[in-house]
Design a protein around this ligand. Sequence first.
Ligand SMILES: [Cu+2]
Length: 181
Amino acid sequence: MLSKKAIFSSIASLGFFFSVASGEAVAQTTSEILTTEKSQMTAFRPIEQPLWVKGAVTSAGLALIGLEIWWFLLSKPKSQKAEAHDGIQEVTITVDGGYEPSRVVVNALQPVRLNFLRRDPSSCLEQVVLSDFHIAQELELNQVTTVEFTPEKAGQYTFACGMNMFRGVLEVKTPQSSTVR
Ligand SMILES: [Cu+2]
């Protein structure tokens, strides 16, 4: 959460810097044009921007585009691959204003254990539902509630709160021969 704020503020400050810088550039070119107009007295000349202004505006624009792409890639839901212990794929999911991680990757045909740690007191998140596995589990506040099942087929399954407002994705993959023990 803190890092997202830091990224956002850095993007905002960069945008501010960019607007100030381009404003200065425009002011400078305007004064240059005024002086050339005074000396030559030719009306309706096309405004020729100096090359460095074009370069600066283009590179600043490209930098902003790059930042945006980076921002949206970073804000993708965090996914976590389950770690297998004694043949059980285990992941702890923190329930606090949503699910963290909100994307869990597991292998098919291997038992899965999801440890839901509920930190959010709102009644919205008191239940977790995995409809594809016929599971509806009450979660105790500030406790870990374990849900176990074995996904039979690869695919995307959802886990959600009782009202289906907060959701997470369980990505079930066909096990690779190297990961099967
Ligand atoms: Cu809810």
